[in-house]
Design a protein around this ligand. Structure first.
Ligand SMILES: Nc1nc2c(c(=O)[nH]1)N[C@H]1C(S)=C(S)[C@@H](COP(=O)(O)O)O[C@H]1N2
Ligand SMILES: [Mo]
Length: 326
């Protein structure tokens, strides 16, 4: 029989941030946006990195949003500057300094196509979508398969809400997501040996798990382009490449998709890609990770399912013969 296991990082109700602290933060964020009082701000808001969202975005009025205290970190937040200047977004190049180039990506208007095994195929306007969803902030870890990691405040809404809105048929077993492929602004698309567009997928059980999160914001602002504006996925128990950016479509299907990285190198990157320190990448260990902004000597141990075992381990019962950790 299953009993509810207490999650290690769950805080008692009494530890939740009271509303007035939230409002204080919001006022502070507005004040900072308005004038040069950086010295008064906390470290989270004080950094004003070159490629952070500027508050001019069409959805800027929505942020910051209330933090959901069910998702507690075991480590400090990564400085915003690191998160918005060190990125993987191959559409803009196969290196980390793509933030400037990504500013050219057109994101307004933005449409998300819902197709495949659904009651009715449709297109949703991003602005309408984000304004109809219950936005919250979640502090999540993120572990790249390259063995660097970060801990960030995403804003967004549960992926389950988007799945419910899409009304998939009972025959749908997977949801496949696709990134914008805009040859005019994405220079990476000129490298034809990469299988554009970037595609990722989840089982329906994974996509409706409470941890699966559709990201629309970061550090209390709209998510910057280099981090996957206007809509990206965060599945923190999986390697970072599953968290697909700048999503333009959701396709519901019966068959498992061949994902972008799987097509590039199937012996190194698989469909499941759950974090596991004990299963090395063919070319390096996954036992430890370097938090962004820290030195090599400050590497920390990597955790099974990136620390989210209690949320997701049951999703893989009976699948022990699958390559779950690559
Ligand atoms: N479309 C798209 N999504 C993507 C990628 C990419 O190259 N293209 N890189 C992935 C990888 S490998 C990681 S680690 C994260 C990085 O997200 P960040 O730049 O916000 O840290 O995005 C993921 N999503
Ligand atoms: Mo990654």
């Amino acid at each position: 029989m299953l009993t509810k296991v207490k999650r290690g990082w769950e805080l008692p109700e009494s530890a939740a941030t009271p509303e007035d602290v939230f409002h204080q933060r919001r006022t502070l964020a507005k004040a900072i946006a308005a004038g040069p009082i950086l010295a008064a701000a906390g470290p989270l808001l004080a950094a004003a990195p070159a490629f952070a969202a500027k508050g001019e975005e069409a959805t800027a009025d929505l942020y910051p949003v209330m933090q959901n205290k069910n998702y507690v970190l075991d480590r400090e937040l990564t400085p915003e500057k690191e998160v918005v200047t060190f990125n993987n977004f191959y559409e803009f190049g196969s290196h980390k300094q793509i933030a400037r180039a990504a500013q050219k990506m057109p994101i307004d208007p933005w449409t998300i196509r819902i197709q495949g095994l659904v009651e009715e195929e449709r297109e949703i306007d991003f602005d309408t979508l984000v304004r109809s969803m219950p936005l919250e902030e979640r502090l999540y870890r993120h572990r790249c398969v390259e063995a660097w990691s970060m801990a960030v405040p995403w804003s967004g809404f549960p992926m389950k809400n988007l799945i419910d809105m899409a009304r998939p048929l009972g025959s749908a077993k997977y949801v496949i997501m696709e990134t914008l492929a805009d040859a005019d602004t994405m220079s990476g698309l000129r490298q034809p040996w990469y299988p554009w567009p970037y595609i990722e997928g989840l089982t329906m059980a994974e996509a409706t798990n409470e941890l699966a999160f559709m990201v629309t914001g970061l550090y209390g602002k709209p998510v910057p382009k280099q981090n996957g504006a206007p809509l990206r996925l965060a599945v923190p128990w999986k390697y970072g490449f599953k968290s697909i950016k700048s999503i333009v479509s959701l396709t519901f299907a019966e068959g498992r998709p061949a994902t972008y990285w799987e097509k590039i190198q199937p012996s190194e990157y698989g469909f499941w890609a759950n974090v596991n320190p004990e299963v090395p990448h063919p070319r390096w260990t996954q036992a430890t990770e370097r938090p962004l902004g820290k030195k090599e000597r400050d590497r920390v141990p990597t955790l099974l399912y990136n620390g989210y075992t209690e949320f997701v381990a049951h999703l893989y019962d009976g699948l022990e013969n699958e390559p779950l950790y690559m």
